[in-house]
Design a protein around this ligand. Structure first.
Ligand SMILES: Nc1ncnc2c1ncn2[C@@H]1O[C@H](COP(=O)(O)OP(=O)(O)O)[C@@H](O)[C@H]1O
Ligand SMILES: CCCC(=O)OP(=O)(O)O
Length: 821
């Protein structure tokens, strides 16, 4: 490097170093002095405003803020700005001027108009155990009351309306004296933020299909009814502002790591977030739209919002976000899945933990933060103190972490603000601020601004009705926008996701079977399946899925039966008869036609459609017999493969569909068929449990004796482990097998269950699919030939998996016989 240039750089770096050292010394001094000044101010506020020249102090604070927010941000400056803004707000709230927050929300000219005018309105805010009401005259709250429900009182909208009407009557406030009602909005359909005129469509959305159940859903119906009760005297203006369902998220924040789950903005305390952001911007003397901010609402529920260019573009919602007083917030999902699988948790437990039994309640046994602090001061043992300390640090770190996460878009965030009940606790706020470490100014705004915001919305609507938004228009426009975004998120990039498994690795889910069939078809050719009696909606749906838009092909299809009926059904299900992927053959004798096509090699596999199972099996049986394809001792049987959510591998069982009360000989043939199917799933030495009611041979239980004999007949085989008798729990549950001291090799880990008869097989089938969320694929083996049979109750995924199972089986057998010849 040129020596001159190098020296210049060294000199410049030394200068910067000097500036940094003097800046940080200056900043340290400034921070210490300003903290002393703010502490002094705070003390004076506590002692009463009369000892303080509020006007002078406020203008000093404003001047400090104005200079510092223009300075290059640094931890010291950020700390001072945050503290000074908090102090300014505290002074205003303690000052003589009425309703400072409403004034800031309305802006000076509208606030003045309202102060001089005579608007009088009611505010309604229904909560879980009470209805909070307030009466405003101009800007001022002239009456407020919380109407509590008694513990055994019925909680209905009607009841609450009567209670409000009775209270107003007692207080001598006639309904007819109001110009309007400001209602808490509740879980309407998603809409952009703003103040809306209340319309009947809102009641429909709240009552017919609310996004969530929440006490606030009663606000609008209550307001409408109270307005109707007052209606004979005058028309009231009904408004709602920034309900929990405002949705302004940017597209990036809508995406999750799983394509089917998309986020939206619903589920946060928007009334609070928007109000706090506007108030802070106004304290900074800036237009809110120019102030990028992060706000935290820390009340009973907790939510965090990122404000960018006037919209909440990123969000941590109240349900799957941070831990709060009684909600767990997001928990590591793999731990949750493990807990569900190990039965430590049920889905219902999880719902409760997410909604009402998690968070502080789960960690310390109360959802009252205040009570926890009280207990810390008196009553807690040293170890309990340590635990409470830990929980406080945990909550503080989560809150700060969440707030910092909402700066991850790289925007120029000017300020952070914290509000809600928890913001009233200085120690907690100190902990949160320590974690934020001066990266941003943090304004603490204890208590709630929701009523101020609802009131400001009503006042604005009254004096500037053109500012009121139309619910249906905004709702429908947002729905359309979200739909277009969803289409983008859903756009396929690779034609279909294929998870390549190592060759020969066991298939452990139904999706593995579908993928394996696809790969087999790619490596060979698309086989042709004949649907016998194709005017059948299950079969048509499965056929459509197996050749989805020509993107993911498992098979071609020949549809046998009445042309008219099949084409009608194909039309209904958008199945295009292109005479390549799908061809119709018009026939009155579909079974004979199918068998003939099979014989001529024009189709490869048969699938049952609308004809009776016995008719198809009879025809196939006759054909296989006459063509020598069914050897002596071979039987037709059904093998089901189930994907059970709580298991980490597939389970096969037989026969729950075809053989009613098979004798011992037949059951051994059934077992052989099941073995063929599971070997085809790359399970090299499957563990086969011959099921009975007991795991020991019992002379009064026939199936136990038969199971012992069957197991003995397979004892020498090295391609399977067959044991019997086994009860279902010993075959399926490792813990129970241990508990019952079962000494065999299966011990709760069976791959195949051979059931005594069709009743037990079918009961197992229906129990698994209806009660455990299991999905099932099935195949009938006729000798070595697979036959597809799906049932009406099967899901589309099940149908596709059944079809895939048969196709994979077909090719594997074909390739095996080619290799051996
Ligand atoms: N001054 C305070 N100090 C500590 N905790 C408080 C204080 N005020 C409220 N809290 C706590 O904040 C949490 C939220 O309470 P609250 O604001 O009443 O809930 P909600 O949002 O349901 O109205 C509660 O756990 C409460 O104990
Ligand atoms: C979307 C917020 C719903 C909620 O958390 O309400 P609370 O704070 O009233 O529990």
């Amino acid at each position: 490097m040129n020596a001159n240039l190098r020296n210049k750089i060294i000199e410049a770096v030394a200068e910067i170093g000097k500036i940094n050292v003097s800046m940080s010394a200056f900043e340290r001094d400034l921070t210490v002095t300003s903290e002393a000044w703010l502490a002094d101010l705070s003390e004076q506020i506590k002692q009463g405003m009369e000892t303080l020249d509020a006007r002078i102090m406020q203008s000093d604070l404003s001047a400090v803020i104005e200079v510092l927010i223009k300075s290059p941000p640094s931890p010291g400056i950020n700390t001072i700005v945050g503290n000074a803004l908090s102090m300014m707000l505290e002074m205003e709230r303690a000052g003589q001027k009425k309703s400072p927050a409403i004034r800031r929300l309305l802006g000076p000219s509208l606030a003045q108009e309202a102060q001089q005018g005579d608007i009088r309105f009611l505010l309604l805010n229904p909560g879980t155990v009470s209805t909070r009401i307030a009466v405003y005259q101009g800007l001022e709250q002239v009456h407020r009351f919380e109407i509590h429900l008694l513990p055994d009182e019925d909680d209905s909208i009607d009841h609450r309306i009567k209670a409000v009407a009775a209270h107003l009557d007692r207080a001598g406030i006639p309904l007819g004296s109001f110009d309007g009602i400001a209602c808490q909005g509740g879980f309407l359909k998603p809409i952009p933020s703003g103040t809306y005129r209340v319309v009947p469509e809102m009641v429909r959305d709240l009552v017919e299909a609310p996004l969530r159940s929440h006490a606030s859903n009663m606000g609008i119906p209550m307001g409408m009814e109270l307005a109707r009760m007052a209606g004979s005297q005058k028309d009231l203006l009904l408004t709602t502002t920034d309900p929990f369902v405002c949705d302004e998220l940017d597209l990036v924040d809508r995406v999750t790591g799983f394509v089917k789950i998309k986020r939206n903005g619903a589920g946060a305390h928007y009334l609070s977030h928007k109000a706090v952001w506007r108030i802070v911007a106004s304290l900074m003397n800036q237009a809110p739209e120019h102030v990028n901010a992060v706000t935290a609402h820390l009340g009973g529920g907790t939510s965090l919002a990122a404000h960018r260019r006037g919209q909440v573009t990123m969000l941590i919602d109240a349900y799957s976000g941070l831990p709060s007083t009684s909600r767990s917030g997001a928990i590591d999902i793999d731990r949750v899945v493990k807990s569900i699988k190990s039965k430590e948790l049920s889905i219902r437990d999880l719902e409760q933990i997410l909604d009402s039994r998690g968070g502080l309640l789960s960690l310390v046994g109360t959802n009252d933060f205040y009570a926890m602090i009280g207990f810390l001061r008196q009553g807690a043992t040293p170890v309990q103190r340590k635990k409470i300390e830990l929980v406080q640090n945990f909550m503080a770190r989560k809150i700060a972490g969440g707030m910092l996460k909402l700066t991850a878009d790289g925007a120029d965030v000017r300020v952070m603000a914290i509000t809600g009940g928890l913001a009233s606790n200085p120690d907690m706020m100190h902990r949160v601020k320590q974690n934020i470490a001066g990266r941003y100014p943090v304004v603490v705004m204890p208590g709630y601004f929701e009523h101020d915001a609802l009131a400001a919305g009503q006042i604005r609507g009254y004096y500037a009705p053109e500012s009121l938004k139309d619910y249906e228009t905004e709702r429908d426009a947002l729905k359309k926008r979200r739909h277009d975004e969803d289409t983008l998120i859903d756009t396929p990039v690779f034609k279909r996701e294929i998870r390549f498994k190592k060759k020969g690795a066991p298939l452990t889910t139904l999706d593995d079977i579908i993928d394996a069939a696809y790969l087999t078809v790619e490596a060979n050719y698309a086989p042709t399946i004949a649907i016998v009696g194709a005017s059948n909606e299950e079969a048509i749906q499965a056929a459509k899925k197996a050749n989805e838009e020509g993107q993911f092909r498992i098979s071609k299809f020949v549809l046998l039966g009445d042309f008219q009926e099949i084409s009608q059904m194909a039309y209904e299900y958008d199945l295009v008869i292109d005479n390549d992927n799908y061809t119709i053959i018009d026939t009155e004798t579909p079974v004979e036609e199918a068998v003939s096509l099979l014989d001529q090699g024009k189709v490869d596999i048969l699938m049952k459609g609308s004809i009776h199972t016995e008719d198809l099996l009879r025809g196939v049986f006759k054909y296989l017999k006459s063509s020598g394809l069914l050897q002596k001792g071979q039987v037709m049987s059904h093998t089901a493969i189930v994907d059970i959510p709580t298991r980490n591998k597939l389970l096969a069982f037989s026969d729950g569909a075809l053989n009613t009360y098979p004798d011992e000989q037949k059951r051994m043939a059934i077992l052989e068929n099941a073995l063929k199917v599971v070997h085809n799933l790359n399970i090299k030495v499957p563990k086969v449990a011959v099921i009975s009611a007991v795991e020991n041979v019992n002379r009064s239980v026939d199936s136990s004796m038969e199971a012992e004999r069957i197991a003995a007949r397979f004892a020498d085989r090295d391609d399977c482990i067959v044991e019997g008798p086994l009860s279902l729990d010993v075959a399926m549950d490792v813990g129970i097998a241990e508990e019952k001291h079962y000494t065999g090799r299966i011990r709760g880990n069976a791959d195949v269950l051979i059931l005594p008869d069709i009743d037990s097989g079918n009961i197992l089938w229906k129990t698994l699919t209806t009660q455990s969320g299991a999905a099932l694929a099935g195949v009938i083996l006729c000798g070595d030939m697979p036959l597809i049979l799906t049932s009406r109750g099967d899901s589309i995924r099940s149908k596709l998996a059944s079809l895939s199972l048969a196709v994979k089986f077909y090719f594997d057998l074909k390739n095996q016989s080619r290799e051996s010849s």
